[in-house]
Design a protein around this ligand. Structure first.
Ligand SMILES: Nc1ncnc2c1ncn2[C@@H]1O[C@H](COP(=O)(O)OP(=O)(O)OP(=O)(O)O)[C@@H](O)[C@H]1O
Length: 277
């Protein structure tokens, strides 16, 4: 097991950000922490990469405490809302980050070169980061996180703020890293991102609401119905056939029943998590 999180709690004063959360990441898996803004995802990953210490509970990464030096060497992190240095070129950003990470000078240049090729940054190697698009900045950041050849990559909202094309590019990069055997933990509030990338999903809203493989989560979501009541113009959502029948009995006029999209159900679940937890 690469990451083993057991019953962790973390509060900021009176705000409980993580309530009794347990999760694990196996070698070679991509795991998504899915949840809306403020769900506690960043708080959780910061504890996993050793920036915050849990109030209660235990975290082991590669069998050790996240603050252990040897763990840091095996992990590449892309924190939320970070950017490469604007006044340095793409090449310099990756190189100097490698120096900071303590990568041996002899192999560092080779690593930088390999990453520049892999992330298709060749034509931009000497461009200042300030002159790059959002997508290219994100790619540079991924290259920086990979410079010490980590086995585990932790990404906090890797595609937030990117346009659809750049998002897909990042997805493809992450999928190719998976093929190389890297393990990944990512946070996202996009259901489609979790669906596209993750082997397993933890749906989080302070605590773990649901967990399972992507298809298990889909299945749990699949029993929802959307009823459009033409008399009132209201759109109602219910889970399960029993609830559907009960609701239909109460409707007087014309109505329509349809299956909502996963995205719609996810938003519904997040609005009222108690209904299924
Ligand atoms: N440094 C802090 N001090 C006080 N409260 C905080 C701090 N950081 C986060 N919080 C609060 O803890 C809760 C969880 O925040 P967190 O950033 O972990 O959520 P998130 O799921 O990552 O959300 P987002 O997608 O917006 O980053 C929120 O209510 C947030 O306001």
């Amino acid at each position: 097991m690469i990451i083993d999180v057991r019953n962790i709690w973390k509060s900021y004063g009176k705000i409980i950000a993580n309530e009794n959360i347990s999760l694990f990441v196996n070698e070679g898996e991509i795991i998504a922490l899915l949840g809306p803004n403020g769900a506690g995802k960043t708080t959780l990953v910061k504890q996993i990469y050793g920036e915050l210490i849990p109030d209660k509970g235990e975290i082991r990464v590669f069998g050790k405490k996240p603050t252990d030096r040897s763990v840091k060497r095996l992990m590449g992190v892309i924190p939320q809302e970070t950017e490469p240095f604007e006044d340095l070129t793409v090449w310099d950003n990756i190189y100097y980050f490698g120096r900071l990470k303590g990568v041996d000078k002899k192999i560092l240049k080779e690593n930088v070169e390999e990453l520049i090729q892999k992330l298709d940054l060749s034509s931009k190697r000497n461009t200042l980061v300030r002159d790059l698009s959002g997508g290219l900045k994100r790619r540079t950041l991924i290259a920086m996180a990979l410079v010490n050849k980590p086995k585990l990559i932790v990404l906090d909202e890797p595609t937030t703020g990117l346009d659809p094309e750049a998002r897909r590019e990042v997805w493809n990069i992450l999928l190719s890293l998976k093929k190389e055997g890297k393990s990944m933990l990512l946070t996202t509030h996009y259901l489609d991102e979790a669906e596209r990338l993750a082997d397993r999903i933890y749906l989080i809203n302070r605590k773990v609401i649901l967990e399972g493989t992507t298809s298990q989560i889909k299945e749990k979501f699949s029993d929802w119905y959307e009823i459009i009541d033409y008399t009132t113009g209201k759109v109602l959502k219910v889970k399960g056939e029993e609830e559907l029948k009960k609701l239909i009995m109460t409707l007087k006029g014309k109505f329509e029943v349809r299956l909502p999209t996963l995205e719609e159900i996810y938003l519904e679940v997040m609005k009222d998590v108690e209904r299924i937890s």
